[in-house]
Write a protein that binds this ligand. Structure first.
Ligand SMILES: Nc1ncnc2c1ncn2[C@@H]1O[C@H](COP(=O)(O)OP(=O)(O)OP(=O)(O)O)[C@@H](O)[C@H]1O
Length: 340
């Protein structure tokens, strides 16, 4: 996917902005002018959710009823315009009308995104870490998406039964049978994706000559079936893929919090770049990379070496206060500010 032009209407501080893009785009502007929001609008369009810790609805410009993001894209050899409108719910259209089939749409244009607003593998919330691996896993294996949807439904059914005074054990056992089967598959897929990311990461850390070689450590409880009995005693969900956890590990030590900002940012960027390589290896192309506030906190040589990891993407969008490292690329200076 290649985005030629985007129109952003009533989206955060953007009243009605129009931008033309090239291969590598640098979106430059003072703080609060709406640089991140440009990337966010593209992310929302292609991922159907925001990377900020907020629902998409919050992006509607204050005092307005809806937002609209329209993008003229090159999809292989075809020109297509996508429109994502949010009023009370999301509505996605292309030139031919309503776009249906969420899984297919998402798999059509994978997006790799770095933003300080987007926790992913270093989020305090394990749900975000799982989601990061799931997005990559699902790009490789569409079945992963369906299995996650089914598991969510089964877990809800089990939780509602666990809340009842008198339990229907036969019902719980039959739900558990399916949960075990799905969880084993889901956790297996996640472990496999994390393993492949680790292979790329190991290689990248070595190639870049960084000695803080981090990797992802995957932990799952799906082999511990005793937890299914404990759930009945405790009356809460304890078993399955929804409890899978990911940790960042270096030299056998778990880093829940990184003391070095640069080390943490490097780890996230290398994880993302490894995700990009993994998708490419699995035949995905046309990948869009969003690098929000990319240069902040990184020295010049790190910026160059880390950026290089993404240069196979179909299109790259970088934001920053001042374009000093990418001045030979297409620069868009934005001045939206409060839009009033
Ligand atoms: N729903 C909304 N309606 C109107 N304005 C909003 C809304 N949500 C956020 N804003 C404003 O939009 C502006 C854009 O924020 P954004 O994070 O995109 O800026 P930025 O240029 O990336 O800033 P920084 O350099 O500080 O990261 C901010 O001034 C913010 O206050």
């Amino acid at each position: 996917m290649y985005t030629n032009r985007v129109r952003i209407l009533n989206f955060r501080n953007h009243i009605d902005s129009l931008y033309d893009f090239e291969n590598i785009n640098y979106i430059e502007g003072d703080n609060g002018t709406g640089k991140t929001s440009v990337l966010e609008s593209l992310f929302v369009l292609f991922n159907l959710k925001s990377f900020r810790q907020q629902t998409v609805k919050k992006a509607i410009r204050f005092k307005q009823d809806f937002f609209l993001v329209s993008a003229k894209c090159l999809d292989g050899d075809f020109q297509r315009t996508f429109h994502y409108r949010y009023e009370t719910s999301a509505e996605l259209k292309d030139d031919e009308g309503k776009v249906s089939g969420k899984a297919e749409y998402l798999s059509m244009h994978p997006v790799i995104c770095y933003s300080p607003e987007y926790g992913q593998v270093v989020s305090d919330d394990q749900d975000d870490r799982r989601r990061f691996i799931d997005r990559l896993s699902f790009q490789i294996d569409r079945g992963h998406f369906d299995r996650l949807t089914d598991l969510r439904k089964l877990n809800l059914m089990k939780v509602s039964e666990l809340k009842k005074d008198r339990l229907n054990r036969a019902y719980i056992d039959s739900v558990n049978e399916k949960i075990v089967e799905l969880s084993e598959k889901i956790s297996g897929t996640r472990e496999c994706t994390a393993g492949q990311i680790n292979d790329h990461m190991r290689q990248t850390y070595a190639e870049l000559g960084f000695d803080d070689g981090f990797r992802l450590d995957f932990r799952s409880n799906v082999k511990d079936k005793n937890l299914l009995l404990k759930e009945i005693v405790d009356r809460r969900l304890l078993y399955g893929s929804s409890r899978d956890r990911f940790y960042s590990v270096s030299d056998g030590r778990v880093y829940d919090r990184f003391s070095s900002f640069g080390q943490k940012k490097t780890f996230v960027l290398i994880t993302l770049a490894s995700g990009l390589k993994l998708l490419e290896k699995n035949g995905k192309n046309g990948i869009i990379t969003l690098l929000d506030d990319f240069e902040a906190g990184l020295d010049k040589s790190r910026i160059e070496r880390l950026f290089h990891l993404f240069d196979t993407s179909a299109q790259i969008f970088i934001t920053g206060v001042k374009n000093t490292n990418f001045s030979s690329n297409h620069t868009i200076r934005i001045q939206v500010k409060d839009g009033s």
